[in-house]
Design a binder for this molecule. Structure first.
Ligand code: ATP
Length: 297
């Protein structure tokens, strides 16, 4: 599977320019779409799932054109929207059975098998008789992914899937997606949570104000931050100054002061050492430096 996005633009009726000349290739596997609020992630997702037409440009899925082959492409899609909700009166298995019917699975016996298998896969089989609205937040998200997967989609699009989940459920959800990504599918994971991408995605894109700021592997983005992450041993007063001067990633109290992680090319006058960047550092480095440089130029 491959998605090719060419010169994509989206201007909303009120003049908001949500996607600007976007060119992007999305290969098989798990693809992370990262960007701050308002970057254009949801707009791009909505275009990809055919809920919205772009103002200009092209999207190709393998050799199919999204503008001309909407029905064929729809049949390949599974979508978990950010604000996923379901009919409260239905039991968990009833809800999934209903979505399977909507997806065109007409045969009752094979639909039942598919529903049971899917409930098993997302770890909801034991909860199948529970009302869907009584499930925990994490279980609801898993039911959301189950409805997106029920018709064996080739392209799975999940928008901010881990928002509101506790750490354990977040890891579980990521692992579930990772398992599925080993098949011949594309999973696009849109998020502003860097941790969701670092642990699962082989490729990613960084969007900012509707424009592509970076695309490549998370490792490539991390490489760009090398030499720009510091661990400073600071006194209380120094810590206050540092907080004003640099983006602080984390602080740990020590005896008589603080250990402060910052992203900066140099730390004039402070006592510290360089440390290996992770994706969170790299994201902050990129947003602080490159994007500020661009907007100033
Ligand atoms: N229906 C709409 N009408 C007008 N402008 C919109 C509409 N939906 C989104 N926008 C604007 O388009 C831009 C991109 O929004 P979008 O929701 O795609 O970003 P996002 O990256 O998904 O952000 P978030 O994480 O906050 O959902 C923003 O400036 C937003 O205000």
């Amino acid at each position: 599977m491959q998605i090719k996005i060419e010169n994509l633009n989206k201007v909303y009726r009120n003049g908001n320019y949500a996607i600007k000349n976007l060119n992007l290739e999305i290969p098989n596997g798990m693809f992370g779409l990262l960007g701050p609020n308002g970057a254009g992630k949801s707009t791009l997702m909505r275009i990809l799932v055919t809920l919205m037409k772009p103002s200009g440009g092209k999207v190709l899925v393998n050799d199919l054109d999204l503008a001309k082959n909407r029905r064929e492409i729809r049949a390949m899609l599974g979508y978990l929207p950010q604000d996923f909700s379901f009919f409260s009166k239905l039991k968990t298995y009833e809800f999934l059975d209903y979505t399977a019917r909507l997806a065109g699975m007409k045969n009752g016996a094979s639909r039942k098998t598919a529903v049971d298998q899917m409930l098993e896969e997302v770890g909801l089989f034991e909860a199948r008789d529970r009302n869907a609205n009584k499930l925990s937040g994490g279980m609801k998200r898993r039911l959301g992914i189950a409805q997106a997967l029920i018709n064996n989609p080739k392209i799975i699009i999940v928008d901010e899937p881990t928002t509101g989940l506790d750490p354990e459920e977040r890891i579980r959800f990521r692992n579930l997606l990772s398992n599925i990504s080993t098949r011949d599918v594309i999973i696009i994971l849109s998020t502003h949570i860097v941790g969701d991408i670092s642990s699962t995605c082989n490729n990613m894109a960084l969007l900012n104000k509707g424009e592509l700021a970076f695309t490549g592997s998370p490792e490539q983005l991390i490489k760009e931050a090398k030499g720009n992450v510091w661990l400073i041993s600071a006194t209380e007063t120094e810590y206050m100054e540092i907080n004003e001067k640099y983006p602080v990633i984390s602080t740990i109290p020590t005896e008589g002061g603080w250990e402060v992680q910052v992203v900066a090319p140099e730390i004039n006058g402070y006592y510290g050492k360089q440390i290996e960047p992770n994706l969170e550092h790299a994201y902050v480095h990129f947003m602080e430096n490159k994007l500020n440089q661009w907007s100033n130029s």
